[in-house]
Design a binder for this molecule. Sequence first.
Ligand SMILES: [Zn+2]
Length: 206
Amino acid sequence: MLVDAGIGPAGGEAAEWLGVSGRLPGLLGQVGVGVEDVDAVVLTHVHLDHVGWASDGVRVGFPRAEYVVQRDELEHVRGGVTYDQRIRPIEEAGQLRVVDGTAMVRGARLLPTPGHTPGHQSVVTERAILGGDVFVHAAQARRPEVTYVYERDPARAVTSRREVLALAATLGVPIAAAHPPAALSSTGDPVASAGTGEDVCPPYKL
Ligand SMILES: [Zn+2]
């Protein structure tokens, strides 16, 4: 199971926007996973930098996968350019699974965490909560009330951050958000990683 589908290839909209092209297929290949091996893709939300490899506008990027999106998110984006170029081919191929609220996918629990977008969702596993863009900066793990300028509903986003932090504390797992460079803890303290030590989340103090 894959959570989110990255920036996409060089020349794509997200790569142009962010000034960096995606590496997802190569990184999956490094751990022995081909695009045919992925049997589920959970989309936390439908923003350009999370659906870059979902489809190329014609073909589905992960041909054997079901793609899982919240109904509120689909209704929010349907008819727009990102829907047209990335999601419509998946829907037409019969590979889009639309869920309402909490659902299970491959043993992981989907948790609605709206605010960043109307149908944003997170993925709760035994080892981490994959939080998409509930946290776009590590500082928000310590100060969840800090909002992000592009949050669709800032007040709801704050509530979602508090809920994810509380759940992470209860479960004793870190939060893996899409943009912060390392995992976040429920207290905002650094989370040690198995890496070099340089990718430990710094303890932001505002
Ligand atoms: Zn994002």
